[in-house]
Ligand binder design. Structure first.
Ligand code: SF4
Ligand code: MG
Length: 330
């Protein structure tokens, strides 16, 4: 199948702020060398603890923040080389849905204004067609078109996220970056929104990057899952393989943190020790070594290479090997 998005060595470093009495040198390496190809129609899950750079990566891909380094190609075109006007046109193809729909909706805009604004900005359609498009997209995300005259505060969290999704869809994009789209919602509403996203994907042939801190959220919706740690890639595999045969100690630790529905299930337990180190001072060698139960001397000195440990299964760990033993996952 075709590659829709190609990311090469993407980095986003934020300079440390200068103090009043002294200058702090260096930078926060929020995203530090991500390379990834995403196929048309695919859902790639991106997981990691908060602070691992997932959201920064998502925003850097869309240039909502400017990456420090790297290449992002959309349908073969390097979008980091586009000027403002070209980028505005490109944004029609690439949209984002944020975690907190309330914060991302203008409280003084009716839903109709919120949804028709992108069409006006891009000078698409005449007013009557715009109106039709707003109504039909509302219907498509499960909201009554009569809601168009209401304001964001009149809706529940789940409904607001449906409006956020409608706004992302209105320009008919190819790629949608979903940045923790259900994290702020009640568990019962989460699955409804995920089902909706799956239906919309099929109907509109959408490609998703689904960012989450919770592995269980991305498990079923993702074709592949990327695990990130301190702005770097730890492991990448099909969702099935990542959950059944994770090779990176960090992935194993994250999986151990998933609640166990059956407490008698036998499983290898790896508990994450300590806090996430600061991305301003990432550990030497393997960035995970300060928390890794398997760390050896070599891990403190040598950065592990990104390797294909099994077919289409990649990891950055000196000791990552596919195991014949299937990881017992909840
Ligand atoms: Fe752990 Fe070493 Fe592998 Fe890093 S390279 S994950 S420290 S075993
Ligand atoms: Mg985030």
């Amino acid at each position: 199948s075709d590659v829709l998005l190609e990311i090469n060595n993407l980095k986003k470093h934020f300079p440390l702020r200068k103090g009043f009495l002294h200058t702090v040198n260096g930078s926060v390496r929020a995203v530090d060398g991500i390379s990834l190809q995403i196929q048309t129609g695919e859902t790639i899950g991106v997981v990691g603890e908060s602070g691992c750079g997932k959201s920064t990566m998502g925003r850097s891909i869309l240039r909502l923040i400017e990456p420090t380094h790297g290449v992002v190609k959309f349908e073969g075109k390097n979008i980091l080389a586009l000027n403002k006007a070209q980028m505005r046109t490109m944004r029609r193809e690439m949209q984002i849905v944020f975690q907190d729909p309330y914060a991302s909706l203008n409280p003084r805009y009716t839903i109709f204004q919120t949804l028709s604004e992108p069409l006006e900005v891009h000078q698409l359609y005449d007013p009557a067609t715009r109106r039709q498009r707003v109504y039909s997209i509302l219907q498509r995300v499960g909201l009554d078109p009569s809601y168009a005259s209401r304001y964001p505060h009149e809706f529940s969290g789940g409904q607001r996220q449906r409006i956020g999704i409608a706004r992302a869809l209105i320009l008919n994009p190819k790629l949608i970056i979903l940045d923790e789209p259900v994290a702020a919602l009640d568990v019962s509403v989460q699955s409804q929104v995920i089902n909706l996203l799956e239906d919309l994907q099929k109907e509109f042939n959408l490609t998703y990057m689904f960012i989450a801190h919770d592995l269980s959220v991305v498990k079923h919706i993702s074709n592949r899952v990327l695990v990130m740690y301190l702005g770097r890639m730890a492991e990448l595999a099909s969702s099935d393989k990542l959950f059944s045969q994770p090779v990176h100690p960090y992935t194993r630790a994250l999986l151990s943190a998933v609640p166990i529905p059956n407490p008698r299930a036998r499983r290898v337990r790896t508990i994450l020790q300590g806090d996430l180190p600061s991305p301003a001072h990432p550990p030497s060698g393997c960035v995970f070594h300060t928390r890794c139960p398997l760390a050896q001397d070599v891990c403190r000195h040598d950065v592990p290479e990104w390797r294909e440990v099994a077919e289409d299964h990649f990891a950055a760990c000196h000791f990552a090997e596919p195991s014949s033993e299937v990881f017992q996952q909840a």
